[in-house]
Ligand binder design. Structure first.
Ligand SMILES: [Zn+2]
Length: 250
């Protein structure tokens, strides 16, 4: 249902937006190779954020296609880059890559075709549910947190936080490019291979957590306020169960 919130539904009637994914399949895919990276660790939520450095290395299995999420990192073919440039699309930067042919376990010869690391620079704020609620996030590092119990369909962004770029992404889901209906049509007409569009308002999100995992996390002490808040909000935990867990620790 889109019309839980009038402002949001009105906005959606004007333009549709899509996440850009690849057609993940086990025979045609790109896989990360060993890369140099910087790591940064959040001592609140425990997230480890990896930033790749230098030339991005990956291997391609199967046919050479125009777009891949190489273990979550988008890469595009030269053909794709040309389409973006010819149309003057904004909201991205590219970096150098060194792709090789490969299988799941082996790295093979160099690939002559050029591929580019695709970094989305366009922004639209934090990821929100259709009712306008933010997805639970860590207040220290701002990352979207996992194991929250949130199950929902459809996401949106605040119009006031969208910078107007043609290609953009959520601050806390920055690896998945978003495009408008208009740009989606251009990309489809360009016959680029391996693009899959998922409408933001149909995106399925299921972050269930088992009761025993909740218990284990309390035992290990790997809980933090934002997570507990989400568990209470999404019915993973009642106030009473929370109090029992907290009393156990004393
Ligand atoms: Zn954090």
């Amino acid at each position: 249902m889109l019309n839980r919130n009038f402002t949001v539904s009105f906005y959606w009637r004007l333009t549709m937006y899509y996440f850009l994914y690849d057609n993940y399949d086990s025979r045609n895919q790109a896989i990360l190779s060993d890369n140099e990276y910087d790591r940064d660790f959040c001592d609140n939520c425990g997230a480890i954020h990896v930033t790749y450095k230098g030339i991005f290395k990956f291997k391609i299995m199967g046919e050479l296609l125009d777009y891949y999420m190489a273990s979550g990192t988008p890469v595009i073919s030269e053909r794709f880059l040309n389409v973006l440039r010819e149309n003057g699309f904004t909201g991205f930067e590219v970096g150098d890559t060194a792709p090789r042919y490969g299988t799941v376990t082996m790295v093979g010869g160099k690939i002559k075709e050029k591929y580019y690391l695709f970094k989305v620079t366009g922004k639209c704020g934090m990821i929100k549910q259709l009712n306008g609620d933010l997805f639970p996030y860590c207040r220290k590092c701002h990352r979207k947190i996992a194991s929250t119990g949130l199950v929902t369909t459809g996401v949106t962004f605040a119009e006031s936080e969208y910078d107007g770029s043609d290609i953009f992404a959520f601050l806390n889901l920055s690896n998945i490019p978003i495009v408008s209906e208009e740009i989606k049509d251009v990309l489809i007409k360009s016959k680029l291979k391996n693009l899959r569009f998922v409408a933001l308002n149909e995106w399925e999100y299921s972050d269930r957590i088992l009761e025993r995992s909740v218990r284990r996390r309390f035992e290990k002490g790997s809980v933090y306020p934002e997570l507990i808040e989400a568990w209470l909000k999404y019915g993973v935990l009642t106030e009473q169960e929370l109090n029992e867990q907290l009393n156990k620790k004393r």
